[in-house]
Design a protein around this ligand. Structure first.
Ligand SMILES: NC(=O)c1ccc[n+]([C@@H]2O[C@H](COP(=O)([O-])OP(=O)(O)OC[C@H]3O[C@@H](n4cnc5c(N)ncnc54)[C@H](OP(=O)(O)O)[C@@H]3O)[C@@H](O)[C@H]2O)c1
Length: 323
């Protein structure tokens, strides 16, 4: 495993972070048992992953709590989240503290390393900053959390409006940002500021559906060519991203997507979500592989560098921030 320092938190974290939400929810979302989900987290820990990202909304905090009993508490970095409906005024602060306390109970731990506000929309940011964050900073003083973070609502905020403000405010030590081969605008809008302000970055959406299910990629390309945002040959091609697959490059599109995200300057941790032990192994190998060849990266940027908001769909039926 490779480790990096997570911005000004000073935490030493694995470049591969296990995402416990998304479509898979450690396998709970795809029909696996709780015991299999616990085993998956332990497999990740055995392979050197030390950052686990969960949320009150995912229903996986208890699994994480059980899995980490196998290792010393200080050897893992636990990130969790609270989703607070917008417009609650002072009640929003109360709800956030209650959510933190409930997460600590489910995780069966005394503190979380990173406590994040989940899916904060641009219009909710002022309340997050002025009402909720001060209450959580008081909880931090009591030792219940080490660092405060915030995650964006990627599908409703593809231009990162909320995060562009958050990265300038000193209370958020960590931000979670969407970035992938066809949604690259964080390169200009977010990473220069997180680097300058030493804000830690957790990357989400590296693969999602679009780079794990060929039919989803094909549908996205059809839509984008119809809107004339991409050349038509991409939608007509049987293997539109086939240029990435060659001996000196990647062996699968999923591998290419993780490698692309991992080596972007400004990215600290790439979250990957899975419920499949084989995918877990191959994804860690992808995240530890070298950057994609320069020519492939240039092609990806030339073709897709101007797109925004592609491939960010939330799982069906998930409320609030989506995943
Ligand atoms: N607003 C927010 O705060 C927010 C929003 C989104 C995500 N997140 C965080 O980011 C994490 C990562 O997002 P994500 O879960 O969508 O992860 P992801 O790594 O971008 O995509 C995972 C999807 O791809 C599949 N997959 C993974 N590896 C594969 C492989 N090698 N071959 C084929 N398919 C593969 C998974 O299914 P299998 O189970 O079959 O592997 C799953 O459906 C989440 O778990 C969550 O912690 C946060």
């Amino acid at each position: 495993m490779d480790y990096v320092t997570l911005g000004r938190t000073g935490l030493k974290v694995s470049v591969a972070g296990l995402g416990c939400g998304g479509f898979s929810r450690l396998g709970l979302g795809t029909g696996k048992s709780r015991a299999e989900a616990v085993a998956l987290v332990r497999q990740a820990l055995d392979m050197g992953v030390n950052l686990l990202d969960t949320a009150a909304m995912y229903g996986t905090e208890e699994v994480v709590g059980e899995a980490i009993k196998a290792v010393p508490r200080q050897s893992v970095v636990i990130a969790t989240k609270a989703w607070i409906p917008y417009g609650g005024g002072w009640r929003a602060a109360e709800r956030a503290v209650a959510s933190l306390d409930a997460s600590l109970r489910r995780l069966d731990t005394d503190y979380v390393d990173i406590f994040q506000l989940h899916g904060v929309a641009p219009e909710a940011y002022a309340e997050a900053r002025e009402v909720i964050a001060p209450a959580l900073l008081q909880e931090r003083a009591k030792g219940k959390l080490r660092h405060l973070g915030v995650t964006e609502t990627a599908s409703d905020d593809p231009e990162h409006e909320m995060l562009q403000r958050a990265v300038e405010d000193e209370m958020w030590d960590v931000v979670m940002v969407a970035f992938h081969m066809m949604h690259q605008n964080a390169r200009a809008k977010i990473f220069p500021r997180t680097i300058a302000n030493r804000v830690g970055t957790l990357l989400m959406f590296a693969v999602r559906n679009i780079f794990s299910r060929p039919e989803r990629l094909a549908a996205a390309l059809r839509e984008l060519t119809q809107r004339r945002e991409l050349p038509r040959w991409l939608a007509l091609s049987r293997n539109p991203l086939g240029f990435l697959i060659h001996e000196a490059g990647a062996s699968t599109i999923t591998e290419a997507a993780y490698r692309f995200a991992r080596h972007e300057p400004g990215v600290d941790v790439v979250l990957f979500g899975t419920g499949d032990p084989d995918h877990l192994r191959t994804n860690i190998a992808s995240l530890l592989a070298p950057p994609l060849p320069l020519a492939d990266r240039l092609t990806l940027t030339k073709l897709f560098g101007r797109l925004s908001g592609v491939g960010l769909d939330p799982p069906d039926g998930m409320p609030g921030p989506g995943a």
